[in-house]
Design a protein around this ligand. Structure first.
Ligand code: FES
Ligand SMILES: [Fe+2]
Length: 374
């Protein structure tokens, strides 16, 4: 059984926000790639985005770009989008369906969807050359509850070990059986950590999110994960049987056979370093981040529903999707403002409130990882 502590029960004495360089420096961004993004498991999104052979999505993380594709045998692969000849980017469209092969637009080297190099024009002119030596490089792939994760490390920590605290925690939401009803992509001019910090507190909710505070008291936060890579807990929904939606009513059948108390809670978790998981009684919202520059993060937001919701005329997933699209945009606007503000040479780390105790916990984990792997 989890123990929950109110957000303000955790001390933030002495805790201050990160340094300016942590948000704006290309050097820090490069170090984060090496120490965090090239080592941790990263969530790409739902497996049903690439349900059929040849279907793929691109996943960008700092300098690296992966073609996450289902090959002919049904295996999900994460192929580096970099030709083994002279390095050219192979594939541009953010998602789509590949034929049997991937052909480089430069000199037409051709690869199978499993990454093998199959064809090289005028191969006899290549000296001391064996095609078997030049497959596309690949990242590791893990599948969990309908999500696709990738890991760029040569020898990644096994997914089941890295995610043990989450794997045991989320069983009752039946995530693997849910279906993505909507997906929205955002391109936000803010550092990825500013987005994590924003999600980790509701101190800003009253001034920024009038529609949210009407449905869920902004001080109702209680957390069971307060240290380490996974952080969060729940907030309550004011009206029994309600949810977070434009109408305030549920917009789907319950996602699973949840215990009574969970029907009036929304659970919010940050999953270091690129995923936010928001579990409502009637749908699950998932944010995945692709940090592309110190001041730019691509965000994909997916909304998962019980399959029974999707065929029902009386239930409208857009009621929930529209609610969060507005709240998300309110958040991105503030995050972009914060990015512009912290760019100033006048910025210096400021003090956290106890209502921001999870921001302080996020920063603590970030600092610890950056220092330990320096
Ligand atoms: S760079 Fe790809 S075939 Fe030459
Ligand atoms: Fe917010």
């Amino acid at each position: 059984m989890s123990t929950f502590l109110r957000t303000t029960e955790l001390s933030t004495k002495g805790a201050r926000t990160l340094e300016r360089a942590d948000y704006v420096s290309a050097g820090v961004f490069a170090a984060e790639h090496e120490r965090i993004f090239a080592r941790e498991w990263l969530c790409v999104g739902r497996e049903d985005m690439i349900a059929g052979p040849g279907q793929y999505v691109l996943f960008e993380v700092g300098p690296d770009n992966l073609i996450v594709v289902r090959d002919r045998s049904g295996t999900v692969r994460a192929l580096h989008n970099t030709c083994r000849h002279r390095g050219t980017r192979l594939c541009d469209a953010p998602c789509g369906e590949l034929s049997e092969t991937i052909q480089c637009p430069y000199h037409a080297w051709t690869y199978g969807l499993d990454g093998r190099l199959l064809g090289v024009p005028d191969a006899k002119e290549m000296e001391d050359f064996d095609k078997a030596d030049y497959p596309l490089k690949q990242a590791a792939v893990a599948l969990w509850e309908g999500f696709v994760f990738v890991n760029l490390a040569e020898e990644p920590e096994p997914f089941a070990e890295a995610y043990a605290p989450l794997i045991s925690r989320f069983g009752r939401w039946n995530l693997g059986a849910l279906r993505a009803a909507r997906r929205i992509d955002y391109d936000v001019q803010a550092n990825w950590k500013i987005l994590f910090q924003n999600y980790s507190e509701c101190y800003h909710c009253s001034p920024v999110h009038p529609t949210l505070v009407k449905l869920s008291p902004p001080t109702s936060g209680e957390n069971d994960l307060t240290d380490g890579p996974f952080l969060g807990g729940f907030m309550t929904v004011t009206t029994p049987g309600g949810s977070l939606s434009v109408s305030g009513r549920a917009c789907g059948v319950p996602v699973a056979d949840l215990p009574e108390e969970d029907l009036q809670r929304v659970y919010y978790y940050t999953v270091f370093p690129n995923m936010l998981l928001s579990l409502h009684p009637d749908y699950v919202m998932v944010h995945t981040f692709q940090p592309v520059a110190p001041d730019r993060t691509r965000i994909t937001c997916e909304f998962l529903f019980h399959p029974a919701t999707l065929g029902r005329a009386d239930l409208d997933p857009d009621d929930g999707v529209g609610f969060w699209d507005q709240v998300n945009r309110e958040d991105w606007d503030l995050c972009e403002r914060t990015q512009r503000g912290v760019r100033s040479t006048a910025y210096e780390p400021g003090p956290y409130s106890r209502r921001e105790s999870l921001c302080a916990a996020f920063d603590r984990h970030y600092r610890q990882v950056m220092q330990a792997r320096a």
